[in-house]
Design a protein around this ligand. Structure first.
Ligand code: TYM
Length: 355
């Protein structure tokens, strides 16, 4: 029996400006993984409808995230870059997963609870079923690895639960058709049609916090623009935001243990480490004992050095809309062929007469 071929999939929503959290937590990893694996990167436009159905500039936002992918170094020829709604098989598999997953699983998702707030009855059904579409994004390619920030961990656990339930519920059909693949789960060897996908989370930048409040994650939806560094911010804006970032009065510690209970300090050290591609320990080795008045200018210089070229490339690429659209069209065609191959087997496993 064969085993799953390593394949990386990840997605980013076209809502608001991309910020440093998206870049360090996700996109920088997307770029690195291209060296070792086949990768599919998706602008998940259908997901963005769960928060807001009517967007004035959804198409523009979709192009802008695509430009950010390309400007950061994702190669759309060697790998695949496309927008989700072009490949309707995502929605088809999401429907099937809506029938596999349980309402209780969805109700437990912290992101649903946060986004729905107190008035859950009035949240869209799409917001509740969001993780089912996310599982479909990943599993329609039978992807094995998903690079994301820490906030997506629970959704990826649910993706594994959905894959496992589908594999169990249909195990006789999967065996009859001979479409199962062997997987090692700890000590056990199991068979299934869908892989149990591994999250790729970690490093010093898996959860970048707000620059104004070290207990809140950096987010597109924070009303204060000072809370985040946008990928499109110019050098002066980046420096100003870092200068104004909340800190405490103590000097930086020399060891990582000394960051405990100091969320703002920990966050700025994590940002430095993420940008410089080193560990938090290495940053503290260099800056331990120094005041923020010295550390912040060094961080601002590093952030400008790393981010300004990306912003410049984004502007250049965005000016050529025909090119961006061609990348998405071509990526959509290649992704669509792969997704359809999976769905042909899924329809056969279930007994849907669509092939
Ligand atoms: P989204 O669009 O909110 O965020 C895109 C990526 O950025 C990461 N991220 C962060 N990482 C570190 N610190 C932060 N403050 C921070 N904020 C955001 C996110 O973890 C994410 O990796 N549900 C997903 C999109 C999605 C998806 C998928 C991802 C849809 N289908 C399939 C992977 C696989 C989301 O809303 O990400």
């Amino acid at each position: 029996m064969s085993s799953f071929k390593p394949l990386v999939f990840s997605g980013v929503q076209p809502t608001g400006n991309l910020h440093l959290g998206n870049y360090l937590g996700a996109i920088k990893k997307f770029v690195a993984l291209q060296e070792t694996s086949e990768c599919i990167y998706c602008v998940v436009d259908l997901h963005s409808l769960t928060a807001q159905l009517v967007h004035q500039d959804l198409a523009e936002q979709t192009r802008s995230i695509t430009a950010a992918f390309l400007a950061s170094g994702i190669d759309p020829m060697k790998h695949i870059v496309f927008n989700q709604s072009r490949v309707m098989q995502h929605a088809e598999l999401a429907w099937i997963f809506n029938c596999v997953a349980r309402i209780g699983w969805m109700n437990r998702m912290t992101q649903f609870k946060d986004k729905a707030g107190k008035d859950r009855e009035n949240a869209s059904l799409g917001l509740l079923a969001y993780p089912s579409l996310m599982a479909a994004d990943i599993l329609v390619y039978r992807a094995t690895h998903v690079p994301v920030g820490e906030d997506q961990k629970q959704h990826l656990e649910l993706t594994r639960d959905i894959a496992q339930k589908f594999n169990n519920d249909f195990s006789p059909r999967i065996a009859d058709l001979g479409v199962g693949v062997e997987m090692r789960i700890g000590e056990e060897t199991v068979h299934g049609f869908f892989p149990l996908t591994e999250p790729v989370i970690g490093g010093p930048a898996a959860r970048i916090m707000s620059l104004r409040d070290g207990s809140k994650k950096m987010s597109k939806s924070d009303p204060s623009d000072l809370s985040r560094i946008n990928l499109t911010d110019d050098a002066d804006t980046i420096s100003k935001k870092i200068r104004k970032a909340k800190t405490d009065p103590a000097a930086l510690p020399s060891e990582a243990d000394g960051l405990e209970g100091r969320p703002e300090a920990e966050n700025l050290v994590g940002i430095y480490a993420g940008l410089a591609d080193v560990t938090a320990e290495a940053v503290l080795k260099e800056f331990g004992g120094r005041q923020f008045s010295e550390f912040k200018p060094a961080l601002a210089d590093l952030a400008v050095e790393k981010l300004a070229p990306i912003a410049g490339e984004m502007r250049r690429i965005s000016a050529d809309q025909a090119y961006v659209d061609a990348v998405l069209r071509d990526g959509g065609e290649r992704a669509g062929a792969k997704a359809e191959a999976t769905m042909k087997t899924v329809r056969e496993i279930i007994g849907l007469l669509g092939n």
